[in-house]
Design a protein around this ligand. Structure first.
Ligand code: DGP
Length: 116
């Protein structure tokens, strides 16, 4: 997909509003529009990457920054101590519906395992 048409690229560019929780020069964290838990925030890279499956060996720094951002979001949202889940879906069969890499940060309720 061309990034001009990508929903999350449009959020990065400010063309679509989002409830931003935190941001850095490389990533953006905003509330999910269909929350699955009291805390449900998406962390995305500003640059267009389709999924974890399309990261290259050069993207290790970015991948680490997204994990650190997820932990920062958990602290900001007050779930760092009570527990939270960090998950990223890769491919339609795994539940990915937006093909711009995003990390879900979920918390504020008990999580079940395994996920459905
Ligand atoms: P996934 O299914 O893993 O690709 O997650 C995509 C998430 O994106 C899903 O939980 C709903 C959310 N989402 C879809 N469109 C929008 C939007 O326009 N704004 C926001 N904030 N979230 C969106």
């Amino acid at each position: 997909m061309v990034s001009e048409d990508c929903l999350f690229c449009r959020i990065v560019r400010g063309e679509i509003p989002a409830d931003i929780v935190a941001e850095d020069d490389r990533w953006l964290a905003f509330r999910d529009i269909q929350p699955q838990a009291p805390v449900h925030v998406l962390v995305i890279p500003r640059e267009h990457v389709e999924s974890v499956g399309s990261l290259s060996t050069d993207d290790g720094g970015l991948a680490g920054e997204l994990m650190l951002a997820a932990a920062e979001v958990a602290r900001i949202e007050g779930v760092a101590e009570s527990g939270f889940r960090v998950v990223t879906n890769v491919g339609e069969r795994a539940g990915q519906s937006v093909f711009h890499l995003h990390v879900h940060v979920l918390g504020g309720r008990r999580m079940r395992w395994p996920p459905g």
